[in-house]
Design a protein. Structure first.
Length: 137
């Protein structure tokens, strides 16, 4: 169910030989994301459960899901970019059907993130799923 953008990330990870290069790529993905306007960095968009500060702003048009995100940590900003590639443009129902854990396992990231980063990633995924569920209700 992964998007073409996410499949491109999987292909790049397969091409890169070591984890330093993969981490660098994650950071580059985060740098390429447009910044979230400071007016949206408020408690309502903040994701609890992340060691870093993370904000996710939903952009739902009809039944199509999208979001913007921001973090004060570059690696987390890269994880947000990967989540954006995974979820952006899907219908609300498709968002709820995505097995993000399995998709991230394809990247091998779950084995190479600290416990705090893994918890933060789970919190971001849960927030995205909750946003989609609320919008579809």
């Amino acid at each position: 169910m992964a998007s073409a953008a996410f499949e491109d990330i999987v292909d790049t990870f397969d091409f890169l030989d070591d984890w330093e290069d993969r981490y660098r790529h994650v950071i580059e993905l985060g740098r390429a994301m447009p910044p979230l306007d400071g007016v949206f960095r408020v408690p309502a968009t903040k994701v609890d459960g992340c060691a870093s500060q993370v904000w996710l702003l939903p952009k739902i048009a009809g039944n199509t899901f999208d979001f913007q995100g921001e973090s004060d940590a570059m690696i987390v900003r890269g994880l947000i970019a990967i989540l954006h590639a995974l979820y952006s443009g899907l219908t609300l129902e498709q968002v709820l059907a995505v097995d993000a854990g399995s998709e991230f396992a394809r990247l091998g990231l779950t084995d190479h993130l600290s416990a705090q980063r893994s918890n933060g990633l789970r919190a971001m995924i849960e927030r995205i799923r909750n946003l989609a569920a609320e919008a579809s209700a």
